[in-house]
Design a protein around this ligand. Structure first.
Ligand code: TRP
Length: 460
């Protein structure tokens, strides 16, 4: 059965694809500016805790559900005997479409910056706000990016996804490492590192916790079934527990490195760490400029090119959700499913594109009850989809695994390709987290933050 749906050729192929999904703009664009907004180290610590304590067990569970059922997310629950839970997967498809609608746009900025760096236009860093409002240009790059994603997804899993991830991921890691070393030699390195790493718990508040939680799910591609779909293409011989650990460590490691790279740069450029969504776009060009015109253009364009590819391996996994759903459930041809989904995603992205100053309405889109400032459309959508619905999806997955599917069945699947699993420390850790940590923590944060952020009801 698996072979007719396409499978990953081996464990490395799966890890490269899943880590490719996880590592993307979330690590290098979103993580640094969330850290900047969240007061630096306070955000980092909460984020790390969430990744390892909560997310890793959920990540393993998502992959196990997918592999056991051999189905993409919304259809994965029926073969396990729980058709009603399909709602989690449908919510996931919906979420994936929303996330893609803005993700593509940021990927379009990255692609545009690749060209600007190639041309040696380092000044662009000072004109980020004008750049994102050049709708014709940004729109063009966004469409180009979406077409690239659509093309790869229409080719199917084994041919498209795996091939790209295997080559480009390692290259990206190398360039970030080199840039991090460069960052650490700058005079401002200490200032950046202090902001990033020296704990300051006075900055900790509910908003920081809410955003760190959303970021941990977003970065690990969790909570909407992306990894269920990938798991459905994974062979029974492979060890999910160790593959999941590698994926988590690689993803967190790259985000951590990105922070180590960017904060010395931010301080050396005299930019505010609270720069928001423009942080890397305002910071990096000036850094490349300091390398001189030729080297700067080479390193700068390489950086944004590799970042585009990292984004591409993530958008592929997001687009795969609605596509796999349409193909599996409604028997629509893969190519058609790709074009329908892409068209919807493009349309849904328009308000996000216009919300960076171009349209007053989408720029000051909504002021949450009790908040001081309005947020723009992209931030609003991020709050709904990634900060709220992804952790909610994770909550549902943990409840499903323990109370509906049951721990014995989960553990049986996790023992495939890992016979000793039930007696290991990790088995206890995963079982404990899914039952005693994930539901209460995720449930509490969900209720408190929804009430406070969207309804202005202060509980703590
Ligand atoms: N994790 C990706 C990033 O960090 C984004 C992403 C890809 C994603 N697939 C996902 C987020 C599924 C949530 C769910 O850039």
């Amino acid at each position: 059965m698996a072979s007719s749906r396409g499978t990953f050729s081996n464990k490395f192929g799966f890890i490269a694809a899943a880590a490719g999904s996880a590592v993307g703009l979330g690590n290098i664009w979103k993580f640094p500016f969330e850290v900047g907004n969240g007061g630096g180290s306070a955000f980092l610590i909460v984020y790390l805790l969430f990744c390892f304590v909560l997310c890793y067990p959920i990540l393993v569970t998502e992959i196990a559900i997918g592999r056991k059922s051999q189905k993409s997310a919304p259809l994965a629950f029926k073969p396990l005997g729980h058709p009603k839970w399909s709602i989690i997967g449908i919510l996931g498809v919906f979420c994936a479409v929303i996330i893609l609608s803005f993700y593509n746009i940021v990927a379009g900025w990255v692609l545009g910056y690749f060209v600007e760096m190639l041309l040696g236009n380092f000044e662009i860093g000072n004109h980020f706000n004008e750049y994102v409002n050049d709708i014709a240009e940004v729109g063009g790059y966004t469409i180009a990016f979406l077409l690239a994603t659509a093309y790869i997804v229409s080719q199917g899993v084994t041919k498209g996804i795996e091939k790209f991830s295997k080559i480009l991921m390692p290259l990206l890691i190398v360039i970030i490492l080199l840039l991090t070393i460069y960052a650490l030699t700058l005079d401002s390195a200490m200032e950046g590192i202090t902001f990033y790493l020296v704990p300051d718990f006075s900055k900790l508040n509910l908003n920081v916790i809410y955003r760190a939680l959303g970021q941990s799910f977003f970065s690990l591609s969790l909570g909407l079934g992306a990894l269920m779909t990938y798991g459905s293409y994974l062979s029974k011989k492979e060890n999910i527990v160790s593959a999941g650990a590698i994926i988590t460590i690689v993803d967190v490691g790259i985000a951590f490195l990105a922070g180590l790279m960017i904060f010395p740069f931010v301080f050396s450029q005299g930019i505010e760490p609270e720069g928001g969504a423009g942080l890397i776009f305002m910071t990096m060009p000036g850094i490349f400029q300091t390398m001189g015109p030729t080297l700067g253009a080479i390193i700068g364009s390489l950086f944004f090119l590799l970042l585009s590819f990292a984004a591409l391996t993530s958008t592929i996994s997001l687009l795969e959700l609605p596509v796999a759903y349409m193909v599996d459930k409604h028997k629509i041809k893969r190519k058609n499913a790709v074009w329908y989904s892409s068209a919807i995603i493009l349309l849904l992205g328009i308000p996000s594109m216009l919300g960076n100053g171009y349209s007053e309405f989408f720029t000051n889109f909504i002021t949450y009850v009790g908040a001081e400032k309005p947020v723009n459309f992209m931030d609003f959508v991020t709050d709904i989809a990634s900060n709220t619905l992804l952790p909610f999806g994770g909550l549902m997955v943990s409840i499903f695994a323990i109370y509906a599917w049951k721990r014995v069945n989960l553990f049986e699947e996790l023992s495939q390709g890992n016979a000793k699993f039930p007696n290991t420390f990790l088995a206890k850790y995963i079982g404990f987290s899914l039952k005693y940590i994930a539901p209460p923590v995720l449930g509490t944060i969900f209720i408190i933050t929804v009430l406070e952020i969207f309804f202005g009801v202060k509980i703590i």
